[in-house]
Design a protein around this ligand. Structure first.
Ligand SMILES: NC(=O)c1ccc[n+]([C@@H]2O[C@H](COP(=O)([O-])OP(=O)(O)OC[C@H]3O[C@@H](n4cnc5c(N)ncnc54)[C@H](OP(=O)(O)O)[C@@H]3O)[C@@H](O)[C@H]2O)c1
Length: 240
């Protein structure tokens, strides 16, 4: 029977590429989103992938949503915690609200997404957790104290889950994309974007599909010995 994969923020950007790549590999995919109904409807129409709307920052909503997905599509074998936001500001101007929104979505959102599926994975003796972190969680970034803190925290989550899940056939890994051509990066002023590209030895932004291919590998049976690791996909911009 086809395995089921849940991709949070799976209707746009990197998440959409991940959802499609997993579908191409034969997974039954559920893609979540936060509020952009139009993009989600278009995505479902184009791909046939079911979309589910809930806020990853809300534990009860996540638990309820995941129960619905499992009732409709079967037990979730693969979780890709991809939903993420930015609320950039230099630290002296960063508001507690900007801090909280980013922490709630990018860090607590990973807890909210993985925690409800974890008992089932343990019982069935198989699971794949992939968390989409960021280059800026590895190196920090001006204007992103909140974002960098959450993405570094995501690495702590996977390294700990890797140890807890290993004996039950569950792996947990992270991917740290560099700058990828999605709405999130295209929202950055063009001048700043050009400056960013100047820092990437490959000389271009990454494509969402390049991150999706990393997820396909980490989700596969072949990756069973890869646990607690971080795949860095950033065009050579930063070496860990
Ligand atoms: N783009 C990059 O260069 C880059 C680099 C490194 C890491 N990343 C990370 O990669 C991930 C995807 O980024 P992206 O550039 O593809 O983002 P994006 O184009 O802005 O898409 C974000 C997706 O996440 C969903 N989402 C946002 N907040 C959510 C919430 N609270 N609950 C549920 N879904 C939520 C959005 O839903 P709606 O459509 O409803 O808004 C959308 O589907 C993020 O974690 C980001 O931090 C991105």
């Amino acid at each position: 029977m086809a395995r089921t994969a849940l991709v949070t923020g799976g209707s746009r950007g990197i998440g959409a590429a991940i959802s499609k790549a997993l579908q191409n590999e034969g997974y039954t995919v559920a893609a979540t989103y936060a509020g952009n109904d139009e993009a989600a409807a278009k995505f479902t129409e184009e791909t046939g992938i079911k979309t589910y709307k809930w806020n990853a920052a809300d534990y009860d909503a996540s638990k309820e949503g995941i129960a619905k997905v499992e009732a409709e599509l079967g037990p979730i074998d693969v979780v890709v915690a991809n939903a993420g936001i930015t609320r950039d500001a230099p630290f002296h101007k960063m508001t507690p609200q900007q801090w909280k929104e980013v922490v709630d979505t990018n860090l607590t959102g990973v807890f909210n997404t993985v925690h409800p599926v974890w008992p089932g994975m343990r019982e069935r003796g198989f699971g794949r957790i992939v968390v989409i972190s960021s280059i800026n969680g590895q190196k920090g970034q001006f204007g992103q104290v909140n974002y960098a803190a959450t993405k570094a925290g995501d690495l702590g989550i996977v390294k700990s889950l890797a140890q807890e899940g290993a004996a039950k056939g569950i792996t947990a890994n992270a991917i740290c994309p560099g700058y990828i051509a999605t709405d999130m990066v295209m929202a950055v002023p063009e001048k700043v974007r050009e400056a960013i590209i100047g820092q990437i030895p490959t000389g271009r932004l990454g494509e969402p599909e390049e991150i999706a291919r990393c997820v396909v590998f980490l989700a596969s049976d072949d990756a069973g010995f890869v646990n607690g690791s971080t795949i860095t996909a950033n065009g050579g911009q930063f070496f860990v």
